[in-house]
Design a binder for this molecule. Structure first.
Ligand code: CAA
Length: 240
C-alpha cells in the first residue's frame, strides 16, 4: 500500500516540486494551498494531484482540512510543512501585522498542522514530518526579522518533536533551502537579488527539484534513523 503524503503550500514553488517528486516516488499525495485558486486548479489539472484549500495559520481550518483529506485518502503518513510567506521590511519599518502574518503562517502553521496529525502517527507508530525552514532561519537576514525568527523557530520545533516522536517511529527533520528560483525569491527587487546571487558560491539560484529530492529521501524508509536533523541546500552560501 502506498503511503499518504500531505504537502502544505504544495501547489506552487518548492511545494509543487515536492508534491510532484513524492507522487513520482509512489506516494498518494495531495497539496494544501491557501489563496491562489487559479494556480491550484492549473496544478491539479496538469499533475492529477488533488488540492485542498485552507490556511495553515488557522488551527480549526487545519483540523477540518486534515479530516477531509484523511477521509478521502487515509491517514497522513508524511507531512511536509512547506507553506510560507514573506512580508519583508527593515525592522524600523516593520508593522505588527507583518510580524504576526509571518509568524502565524511560517511557525504557528507548523504547530497547527503537526498537532493535528501527531496523535494518529503515534498510534500507528509511523510518521515522517519534514519542515521546510530556510537559510535565513540559520543566518538571519536584514529585512526579514519576522521570517528569520519564524524559520529559526521551525528548527527548534523540529528538534523538540524529534525527541518526542522517536520512540513512536516518527522522524522529524528540517530542510534549509538557500535562495531557490521561485516566485518568492523573484519578487525580491532585481538589484537586491543580484547582490544575493553574487554571494552564492555555486553562482546560481537553486532549483525547486533540488529541495524536493531531499524531502523524498527524508520521507523514505532509508532515512529511518535520521531525526532532528537539518539538510542544508544552499549552493555553499552559508555553513552552520
Ligand atoms: N544589511 C544592513 N542594512 C541594510 C541591508 C543589509 N543587508 N540592506 C539594506 N540596509 C539598510 C540600507 O542601507 C538603508 O539604510 P539607511 O536608511 O540608513 O540608508 C535601510 O536598510 C533601508 O534600505 P532600503 O532603502 O533598501 O529599504 P527598502 O525599504 O527599500 O527595502 C527590503 C528593504 C524590502 C528589506 C529590501 O532590502 C529587500 O527586499 N531585501 C531582501 C530581503 C531578502 O533577502 N528576502 C528574501 C526573500 S526570499 C526568501 O525569503 C526565501 C528564503 O527562504 C531564502
Amino acid at each position: 500500500m502506498s503511503r499518504v503524503a500531505l504537502v502544505t503550500g504544495g501547489s506552487r514553488g518548492i511545494g509543487a516540486a515536492i508534491s510532484i517528486a513524492l507522487d513520482k516516488a509512489g506516494y498518494k499525495v495531495a497539496a494544501n494551498y491557501a489563496g491562489n485558486d487559479e494556480a491550484a486548479a492549473k496544478f491539479r489539472d496538469e499533475t492529477g494531484i488533488a488540492v485542498y484549500k485552507w490556511s495553515v495559520a488557522d488551527y480549526e481550518e487545519c483540523r477540518d482540512g486534515i479530516a477531509r483529506f484523511e477521509s478521502d485518502h487515509g491517514p497522513v503518513d508524511v507531512l511536509v510543512n512547506n507553506a510560507g510567506i514573506t512580508r519583508d521590511a527593515m525592522f524600523h519599518r516593520m508593522t505588527r501585522e507583518q510580524w504576526h502574518e509571518v509568524i502565524d503562517t511560517n511557525l504557528t502553521g507548523v504547530f497547527n498542522m503537526t498537532h493535528n496529525v501527531w496523535s494518529g502517527m503515534r498510534e500507528r507508530k509511523f510518521g515522517r514530518v519534514v519542515n521546510i525552514s530556510s537559510i535565513n532561519g540559520q543566518k538571519g537576514q536584514a529585512g526579514q526579522a519576522n521570517y528569520s525568527a519564524a524559520k529559526a523557530g521551525d528548527l527548534g520545533i523540529t528538534k523538540a518533536l524529534a525527541q518526542e516522536g522517536a520512540r513512536a517511529g516518527i522522524t522529524v527533520n528540517a530542510i534549509c533551502p538557500g535562495y531557490i528560483g521561485t516566485d518568492m525569491v523573484m519578487s525580491v527587487p532585481e538589484d537586491v537579488r543580484n547582490k544575493i546571487v553574487a554571494q552564492i558560491p555555486a553562482g546560481r539560484l537553486g532549483e525547486p527539484e533540488e529541495i524536493a529530492r531531499c524531502v523524498v529521501f527524508l520521507a523514505s524508509d532509508d532515512a529511518g534513523f535520521i531525526t532532528g536533523s537539518t539538510i542544508t541546500a544552499n549552493g555553499g552560501q552559508f555553513f552552520v
